[in-house]
Write a protein that binds this ligand. Sequence first.
Ligand code: FUB
Length: 349
Amino acid sequence: PLKPPRQSLGEFYRLNKKAISKPLITHIYTADPSAHVFNGKIYIYPSHDIDAGEAFDDLGSHFAMEDYHVISMDSINSEAIDNGLALHVDDIPWAEKQLWAPDAHEKDGKYYLFFPAKAYDGIFRIGVAISASPTGPFTAQPEAIKGSFSIDPAVFKDDDGNYYMYFGGLWGGQLQRWRTESFNPNEPKNPTAFIPKDNEPALLPLVAKLTDDLLEFSEPPKQLEILDAEGNLLLAGDNCRRFFEASWMHKYNGSYYFSYSTGDTHLICFICYAIGDNPYGPFTYKGILLEPVVGWTSHHSICEVDKKWYLFYHDSSLSKGVTHLRSIKLAEIIYNEDGPIVPLKPYID
Ligand code: FUB
């Protein structure tokens, strides 16, 4: 049986505030929205949250998602359409469970879905599936990307036509178990096992350029440095600013904006961003993009639609705070003239 959701006073308070935007769809739970415009239409690639009956734990076993649905919108104000089953875990030869946050991209008329899943050996890997349509159905490659690990792939196409994958996530996302060349096989007793001490540099997200066919890494993944204003790496104890999961990259006025979630608990679950001058960084921390939302996790994407910029994100308002039953939303974001983004407050009094 499921335990009731853990809810703090802060959570209760936010649940009693008014949300600034509504769930895009309400007949299924969705999360981790990666939004893109393909051929003038908006396509959102979310996780499809379900209640699979798994017990709650800090490694996210209750996030036991089994398939993906693609959501589409003709324009930013039009109805969001669920295009049905796009890929199921039973049709991914290497994956056993936990289809977590995906992303997608188009190249030469084909659509590529990038997704993390736990393989039969208990290790998260990242796979690719292909379709002739942005809404699928997608056919999975027989194996995961060679050399891939952890979760939350986000694929960015640069102006020169190169595609880069950003990825990684702590705790249930297993990034802390990859601190040496190979996976640490010791099952952690708690989610902070193997995480650096507070005064040591924080764990970093990874980036790898993709091969021309978008099916493999064309280079070993490199760490993406996130620095403070003095040029020092953010520390592991800097919980409100250091990387946790949910990578996203976008380019605005020639600068590269790397955004991510800091959240190991919902109270410090900010979506933050850091700016750099090339896809590999280093990136300098600039500030908060989205204040904490209702629910344990926060995960987003940023997409330009008709010359305006939007944050696609999720919260657990619809399920009244159940951490693994989330709903995707969107809100416009505003850039100040010299580049900083105005932080978004998801709830109003
Ligand atoms: O949806 C499962 C996991 O929760 C994602 O991979 C994380 O980013 C968090 O949103």
